[in-house]
Design a protein around this ligand. Structure first.
Ligand code: DGJ
Length: 336
C-alpha cells in the first residue's frame, strides 16, 4: 500500500474518532462529570426526572467568581444566580446538554430570577392531567432572608420554563426543597422552614403549581436541610443534611409509613471513612437504580465554597441491608 494511502486511512480513522462523542462508562464519585460534548456538567443541587424512557437532570448553573457576602457573620459564599441547566440521558452516565431550561434575568433587579438572587435546588415533576412539566426551586435574596419557593412550567421536559411566581408556602419560610410524586399522582413539596429549624411537607394542588393548603410540620426542631425523598417497599424515606452552610456534615435517614405521617429520624446511612461528612457531600436526590431492583443512587453535591463553579458530584450506590439503608464510598462504580 502506498504511503499516501496509509496516510489517508490514518486521517480517516482520526476524523472518525474526533467525531465520536465523549463516552462515559462509570460513575466517578467526587470527580468532574463530563457531558457528551466533553464539557463539565453544570447542574448543582439537582434533581432527576424520568420521562418516557429518558432521564432529565436539572441543576443550578454555578458560573463565575465566588465571593463572600461581607455584612453576614456566617460563611455566605455565593456566585451570580445562573438559572437552571438541563441534561438528558438514557443510561445515567452519558449526559447530553439540553441547554438552559430556566434563564436568569439580567435587567430587572427586582425579579426573583435576577442574577443577584439565589436560585437553588430545582426539581421537576410531570403533571399527567395538565401535561405540563413543573419546576420548583428555592428562591432567595443574597442574605437568604427572602426564603421562598418559586414555580415554573413548560410543555417540554428540557424547557424553556416559564416562571410563574414565588411564595411562602402555607405562609411559612421555604429554603432547601424537594418534590416527591407518589404512585397515586399526588405530589408533595418538602421544604426547610421556620428558619431551617423544622421541615414542612405540603400537598400540592392538582396542577402541582401551588400548595393545596394541606401541610404538616415534620422533623420539628431537628434543623435538617437538603431533603431527598423516595419510596422503598411501601415506606417513605428521606435523606437530609444538617445545617452547616456549604460545609459537609452527617446525613440522616428519616422514615414514615405515609407521606404526611409522623416522620422519624433514625440513623446515618453512611459507613466507613469520611462517613460523618457524607464523603464530603450534601444530599440532593435519590433515584431508583434502573438496573438493580431495590437499589438506589444517592446523588450529592461536593461544594467548593470558595469556588462554587468547581463544585463536584458525589453519586454512590444506596442499598438496603436487613431493611436498613446503607451508603458506602466507591470511587468508581458501574450503574449496571
Ligand atoms: C446549604 C444548602 O443546602 C445549599 O443549597 C445552600 O443554600 C447553602 N446552604 C448556602 O450556604
Amino acid at each position: 500500500m502506498s504511503i499516501g494511502r496509509i496516510g489517508l486511512i490514518i486521517g480517516m480513522i482520526f476524523t472518525l474518532f474526533s467525531c465520536v462523542e465523549t463516552e462515559n462508562a462509570k460513575i466517578q464519585a467526587g470527580e468532574i462529570f463530563k457531558d457528551t460534548d466533553g464539557n463539565p456538567i453544570n447542574a448543582h443541587g439537582g434533581g432527576i426526572l424520568l420521562h418516557e424512557g429518558t432521564y432529565y437532570w436539572y441543576g443550578e448553573i454555578k458560573q463565575g467568581e465566588t465571593w463572600r457576602v461581607p455584612y453576614l457573620e456566617w460563611e455566605c459564599y455565593r456566585c451570580k444566580a445562573g438559572g437552571v441547566n438541563c441534561y438528558s440521558s438514557k443510561d445515567l452516565v452519558n449526559w447530553k446538554n439540553e441547554g438552559v431550561a430556566l434563564t436568569a434575568v439580567k435587567a430587572d433587579t427586582t425579579h426573583d430570577l435576577h442574577t443577584s438572587k439565589v436560585i437553588e435546588r430545582p426539581k421537576v415533576i410531570y403533571n399527567d392531567k395538565t401535561q405540563k412539566f413543573v419546576m420548583w426551586m428555592h428562591i432567595d435574596s443574597e442574605d437568604y432572608q427572602y426564603a421562598r419557593a418559586g414555580v415554573a412550567i413548560s410543555d417540554n421536559p428540557q424547557g424553556p420554563y416559564t416562571y410563574i411566581q414565588s411564595m411562602r408556602p402555607n405562609g411559612a419560610m421555604s429554603r432547601d426543597l424537594t418534590l416527591f410524586k407518589d404512585e397515586d399522582g399526588k405530589a408533595y413539596h418538602f421544604y426547610s422552614s421556620e428558619n431551617n429549624k423544622t421541615m414542612h411537607v405540603s400537598l400540592l394542588n392538582d396542577e402541582y403549581t401551588a400548595p393545596s393548603g394541606t401541610f404538616k410540620r415534620i422533623l420539628e426542631m431537628e434543623s435538617r436541610e437538603a431533603p431527598a425523598v423516595w419510596k422503598h417497599e411501601g415506606k417513605y424515606y428521606m435523606i437530609s443534611s444538617g445545617c452547616t452552610g456549604w460545609s459537609p456534615n452527617p446525613a440522616q435517614i428519616s422514615i414514615c409509613d405515609s407521606v404526611m405521617g409522623n416522620w422519624k429520624t433514625v440513623y446515618d446511612p453512611c459507613v466507613g471513612q469520611n462517613s460523618k461528612k457524607t464523603y464530603f457531600s450534601q444530599s440532593t436526590y435519590v433515584l431508583p437504580n434502573p438496573n438493580r431492583k431495590g437499589e438506589y443512587i444517592y446523588m450529592g453535591d461536593r461544594w467548593n465554597k470558595t469556588n462554587l463553579e468547581d463544585s463536584r458530584y458525589v453519586w454512590l450506590p444506596l442499598t438496603f441491608e436487613n431493611g436498613k439503608a446503607k451508603i458506602e464510598w466507591q470511587k468508581e462504580w458501574s450503574i449496571d
